[in-house]
Design a protein around this ligand. Structure first.
Ligand SMILES: [Zn+2]
Length: 131
């Protein structure tokens, strides 16, 4: 028992509060429920909001869909390094660009590079069929 405790101490040195399995499970649960980091910190107790964010990030939990991130990105905000995949109809007021970080040297993010490639091969398939 003593041995285990000292081992864990070394691992969790970065944080004053130890991330026991139970706490990690709680974090995952609450995070999945869509609670904010500060709400989670409050529920867990003895941990800061930043520690919750940091832990969630290390657990790979930070990629949950955020309502803020999903907000429409105005055209002017789309820089060259952002995905320029058009979403919606250009005449539509909802029209915007994807805005996710683009792959190096590409106009689109990873997802849309794949989509662009697929669309291209579909189009040539159509063209061949219409010939
Ligand atoms: Zn994209």
């Amino acid at each position: 028992m003593l041995e285990r405790a000292s081992k864990r101490k070394n691992i969790a040195r970065e944080a004053r509060m130890e991330w026991t399995e139970t706490r990690v499970d709680q974090l995952k649960q609450l995070w999945g429920d869509g609670l904010t980091a500060s709400q989670i910190a409050e529920k867990l107790g003895g941990v800061s909001r930043n520690a919750v964010i940091g832990k969630a990030h290390r657990l790979g939990l930070s990629s949950r869909p955020s309502p803020i991130k999903r907000k429409m990105i105005p055209l002017a905000a789309v820089s060259e390094r952002m995905c320029q995949w058009p979403i919606g109809d250009p005449g539509d007021p909802e029209f915007h660009f994807c805005g996710k970080p683009a792959l190096h040297g590409r106009p689109y993010c990873e997802d849309h590079c794949t989509a662009a490639y697929r669309r291209k091969s579909e189009n040539s398939a159509h063209a061949a069929a219409n010939r």
